[in-house]
Design a protein around this ligand. Sequence first.
Ligand code: ACO
Length: 432
Amino acid sequence: MGQDTISITDNRSGKTIELPIVKGTTGPPVINVASLYKEFGIFTLDEGFTTTASCQSKITFIDGEKGILLYRGYPIDQLAENSHFLEVAYLLLYGELPTEEQYKDYKYHITHHSMFHEGLKKFYDGFRPDAHPMAIMVGVVGALSAFYHDSTDIHDPKHREISAHRLIAKMPTIAAASFKHSVGQPFVYPDNRLGYVDNFLNMMFSVPSESYGVNPVVKDALDKIFILHADHEQNASTSTVRLAGSSQANPFACISSGITALWGPAHGGANEAVLKMLGEIGKPGDIPKFIERAKDKNDPFRLMGFGHRVYKNYDPRAMILKKSCHKVLEELDVHDPNLDTAMKLEELALKDDYFISKKLYPNVDFYSGIILKAIGIPVNMFTVIFALARTVGWISQWAEMIADEGHFRIGRPRQLYTGADTRSYVPMKDRK
Ligand code: ACO
């Protein structure tokens, strides 16, 4: 039996060709259309990449219809329940869960790369105190390439590994420093005695004049948020990192480009937008008005935290965070009216024909914002937290692409040109 194929006939010429169907481990197979242009002189058009696989990957799998998310084959709920972020980061980067020995060695490297070059601190002074922390992140992470030349040879696997460790290790330090800059407090250095999440919380919230202790419920909730945001296959920011990396740009520059793509409200900026929306809705009694607005084609308003390009079922990450959200609010004794509004909104939207027929369910950002707010993270830091966690996915996807010599080539999409046809230059004096 030969390979499965699909026949395509060009009705203009009557010519038929066979295109190979390629199967992955699971999920829909793909048609390899690489020979279409050679055979028929045509490109494919798929705006928004709704049906186009941009690469082959072994890292993350999503079944949006069933609400399944796997990291290297492991279901996300098992990882959120039993693992912790640093171990998940190892899994994403190296493909397997670490042995005790492997984990000890890797943790040592991550811990000992967490400080950043003192010269980088001067960058922060150049930013206005009211600068959005995502703007600072884009600048500072991009600038890492100016400080760590010794790990930017992308063709050297050791350099790639050191860059990955540096990025995973330094992101919490860079993120916490952008927060400290915005509130006018001194930067807190990383403390090697602390774990990854404790260390981040300490750098965010401790001040020289007071001691700070990490609440284990808060730590657990943040750890889960990090795990759930660590990777999500070929989303907009990951595709941006891959595309930037395909030109052989250095990893720090590539991750910085991922941060810019993540920033928008249709992607990572949605958690910030959810809280703004809940505040705007105000009281649960006003929800129907906003639901009607979301359904109105002539109104640009959308329910933030609802809908997903891939999930056409409950986002499995939202399910995990919903539980975590209740635990945190109870532990911290926070009575957040936004949560009441969120619960009512979810209940009403899930009963509404518009949302049912379009398969619009709450996504991960619907609950993450409420948790982050409760633990004292300011709203403009929400997307930064996302970027911190997603750095693991970005760098794992980048490293996979570079190491895959058989498929690694510059990404260069084609287009359907709809502009003016060839025309002659008209001197200014003759233009109408
Ligand atoms: N509220 C109201 N209607 C919606 C919503 C929403 N949140 N999301 C989608 N729709 C409607 C659209 O109007 C469209 O209706 P139509 O078919 O009648 O034109 C239909 O559902 C499909 O929507 P698209 O925008 O075509 O879906 P797409 O896959 O391109 O967009 C997206 C997905 C961007 C996430 C969208 O659902 C959205 O804007 N959601 C709100 C923002 C959000 O929460 N983003 C976070 C995503 S998760 C993440 O990045 C971690």
